[in-house]
Design a protein around this ligand. Structure first.
Ligand code: AP5
Length: 217
């Protein structure tokens, strides 16, 4: 099954994606993580992407499409894949469907997680992340055992550089302008679009996501 997880910054795409992929043995393609890895590794892609990410703007479509193409080629296609944070523009969506068509696949489901701006801003402000192992914490929902220290490896937790109040505001505006229209785009296509209320607790959201995907709860 090929599934797209769509939704604004901080709505819980990463949180839900990890739970689902771990439970089902699915692969995840997370463009934000791929870009952050390129940035950490100091690759040309990372250098090109950095100013856009820091400003809360979208990285140009050709860079993203090429990056996803490479990732898909490296994965064993035919397995179940969860796409998180991609596509984010109509140009990416149409390049993506051509990419999949060439491989003989198609998107089966689009899951849209929704929450109010107020909740999203609060969640992003409380997000902490381990630069060594990538674990994500919430100072409100899921704090580490020792404040500011990763439970897994003792590294100092950090705030993502694009999680500042001003950048988050811009990311929300970019989402509404560039990415939200994809919901209507997909509603006219083959995949089934499901809207899930993301303001519920993590387990409730996960159970609804599984239900709409026909995976049982
Ligand atoms: P990306 O990393 O994809 O960021 P995003 O879409 O803004 O999403 P986030 O990672 O902020 O949030 P999330 O929905 O995963 O929430 P999470 O589960 O962490 O992209 C970053 C940047 O890269 C973009 O701005 C852009 O520049 C670039 N980029 C990426 N993809 C691109 C593309 N395709 N095209 C162009 N540019 C691209 O949860 C957030 C917090 O809330 C956590 O602390 C979590 O613990 C907590 N939480 C989660 N669920 C709940 C819950 N149910 N209740 C309470 N708290 C919760």
């Amino acid at each position: 099954m090929y599934v797209i997880l769509l939704g604004p910054p901080g709505v819980g795409k990463g949180t839900q994606g990890v739970l689902l992929a771990d439970a089902m043995g699915w692969q995840r393609v997370v463009t934000g993580d791929l870009l952050r890895a390129a940035l950490d590794a100091g690759t040309p892609l990372g250098h090109q992407a950095q100013p856009f990410m820091n400003a809360g703007e979208l990285v140009p479509d050709p860079l993203i499409v090429e990056m996803v193409k490479e990732k898909l080629t490296a994965l064993s296609t035919g397995t179940n894949i969860l796409f998180d944070g991609f596509p984010r523009t109509e140009a990416q969506a149409s390049a993506f469907s051509m990419m999949l068509q060439a491989l003989g696949f198609a998107i089966d489901h689009v899951v849209v997680l929704e929450a109010s701006d107020e909740v999203l801003i609060e969640r992003v402000a409380g997000r902490r992340f381990c630069p060594s192992c990538g674990a994500v914490y919430s100072t409100v929902l899921d704090p580490s055992q020792t404040e500011g220290v990763c439970d897994n490896d003792g590294s100092r937790l950090v705030h993502r550089t694009d999680d500042t109040a001003a950048t988050v505001q811009n990311r929300l505006e970019v989402y509404r302008r560039e990415t939200e229209p994809l919901i209507a785009y997909y509603e006219y296509g083959r995949p089934t679009v499901h809207r899930v209320q993301g303001e519920q607790g993590v387990e409730e959201v996960q159970s609804e996501v599984r239900q709409v995907l026909g995976l049982g709860v």
